[in-house]
Design a protein around this ligand. Structure first.
Ligand code: G
Ligand code: G
Ligand code: NA
Ligand code: MN
Length: 253
């Protein structure tokens, strides 16, 4: 209760900020886009990552409102960076509540129109708990978003249930291999096998695949050898403020 109030006040005071983490091509290390990640600049407790408040936020109507702000802010940023990096794509995480708000489609359309970006400059990241909702409205919404041309990434892929049958039913355009499988990929044969299996599935379904949590060159070598398109992780950069991202990755005039 009190925490909810605090979140609302924080949002209204502009204490929320988006950080950006680079996504690169495994073959040449070239920048392809970024994932936008929410942070809370708490006046007393410092910088908070969403693990400490996402649960509270996720199920409230206010998540739809915060989600709208995230989408608008991330796309405005992407439009700016796309001038210097042709084809730059922005990944935006969705809250479950946004699917139930009844206005996700119009929010996405409006955010795209305001930023002037083509739909394929946006990739919505969706976790399995959302995809597991098999109600017709959710399924319809996912197909409508994909038909619009927006990318749909299956986030934290491989960590939950029923993943294989979900792929049959949903218009997913990309799999994000969860970072837990990357951690020991060079030393644990089972982790390596899982990563290879996801890459195989991706190819078979015509989906691209990105590996999360890439921290060293050995992991990169594994991904290159096994044909993983893209990578994201501390090796290339932690999630960072927009200004830092621009200074490091965007060649400005
Ligand atoms: O950025 P970090 O690794 O701390 O994120 C922790 C968790 O919060 C991850 O599961 C991530 O997907 C989620 N998360 C981060 N930013 C956002 C956001 O903008 N929206 C939603 N819905 N989830 C986010
Ligand atoms: O659930 P999701 O995959 O969206 O969460 C992303 C989270 O993973 C963020 O909190 C981000 O800070 C974290 N993260 C990103 N790259 C790495 C990495 O290379 N190693 C580790 N351990 N965590 C990472
Ligand atoms: Na994500
Ligand atoms: Mn993820």
């Amino acid at each position: 209760r009190a925490f909810e109030e605090e979140l609302r006040r924080a949002f209204e005071n502009g204490e929320f900020e988006l950080y950006y983490q680079p996504q690169v091509l495994t073959s040449r290390g070239q920048l392809m886009g970024a994932e936008a990640l929410l942070r809370w600049n708490h006046p007393q407790r410092g910088l908070l990552t969403p693990v400490s408040f996402l649960d509270v936020l996720s199920h409230k109507p206010s998540a739809a409102e915060v989600g709208e702000w995230i989408l608008n802010t991330a796309l405005r940023q992407a439009a700016e960076w796309r001038v210097a990096v042709p084809g730059f794509r922005m990944g935006v995480n969705l809250f479950e509540a946004q699917f139930r708000s009844g206005r996700l489609m119009s929010t996405v359309r409006r955010a795209l129109a305001e930023s002037g970006l083509p739909p394929d400059a946006l990739e919505l990241e969706i976790v399995e708990t959302i995809l597991l909702q098999t109600d017709p409205a959710t399924i319809r919404l996912l197909h409508d978003l994909r038909a619009l041309g927006v990318g749909l990434a299956f986030d934290d892929y491989g960590t939950g249930f029923a993943s294989l049958s979900l792929l049959k039913r949903y218009p997913v355009s990309r799999l994000k291999i969860d970072r837990s499988f990357l951690r020991n990929v060079n030393d644990a044969p089972r982790d390596a096998a899982i990563v290879k299996a996801v890459l195989f599935l991706g190819r078979a379904f015509g989906m691209s695949v990105i590996a999360e949590g890439v921290e060293d060159e050995r992991q990169m070598a594994f991904l290159r050898e096994n044909g993983c398109d893209e990578a994201q992780g501390y090796l290339f950069g932690r999630p960072m403020p927009a200004r830092e991202f621009a200074a490091r990755f965007i060649l400005c005039d």
